[in-house]
Design a protein around this ligand. Sequence first.
Ligand SMILES: N[C@@H](CCC(=O)N[C@@H](CS)C(=O)NCC(=O)O)C(=O)O
Length: 212
Amino acid sequence: MSLGLAPYTITYFPLRGRANTLRILLNDQGQEWKEIVVTFDEWHKGVLKASCAFGQLPIFQDGDLVLYQSNAMLRHLGRKHGLYGKNDSEAALIDMMNDAAEDIRGRYVTLVYSNFDDGKEEYLKDLMIRLSKFEAILANSKTGFLVGDKISFADYSLFDILLTHLVMRSSCLDSFPNLKGFVERMSARPKIKAYLESDAYTKLPINGNGKQ
Ligand SMILES: N[C@@H](CCC(=O)N[C@@H](CS)C(=O)NCC(=O)O)C(=O)O
C-alpha cells in the first residue's frame, strides 16, 4: 500500500473480504494503491451505497476508470499486469479457474452471513469435494500454477480462499498435498510473505460479522 501518488484506489470496509485477493495481487506485483476505508456506520447512512453501480463495495479506481465487481477488478489487473495467460486459450482457462474459485467464495459468504454455526460442518464436507477438483488440477500442473507457466489472477483468487478456509478449519488441506504446496509457495513469495506478516493484513477481520 502507499500514501504517495498511487495509481489505484480501493474503497472497501475494514475487512479482508472481497478486497483481499486484490491486495495480495497488488502487493505481489509491487504496485502501490490507496485505500479508502468505509466504516459500517458510514455505509449504513446509505449515501455511498446509493452511488455504487450495484449498491455494493468494493470500488476500484484506476485513474478515471471506476470499477465495481471484484472479479472484473481482478481481470482488469490481470490484463494490465500480465496475469492473464499468454494467449486466448490460457485466458479462457484462467477465467474458468477464477469462476470455480468464485463458486467457493460465494458459498463461503452465504454460509458466513446466513447459517455459519449450524451449517459449517455440512459446508466443510462439500468444500472437500470442491477442493479435490483443484487438487487434481494442480497435480497435473507442471509449473505449480493453475494455468500455463506463469502466475495469473486466478492463482491469487485460489490462494486467498485457501487462506480463508485454513482459518476456518486449519486441517482442511491435510489430504491435499498439491494445494498445501501451492499455499506454501504463494505464502513464501517475498512480497506476499511481507504482506501476510503486516498489520495491514493481520489486524483486519475476514468478515464483517466476526464469523470465520
Ligand atoms: N459480486 C460483488 C459482491 C459485492 C459484495 O457482496 N459486497 C458486500 C461486501 S463484500 C457489500 O457491499 N455489502 C454491503 C451491502 O450489500 O450493503 C463483487 O464481487 O464485488
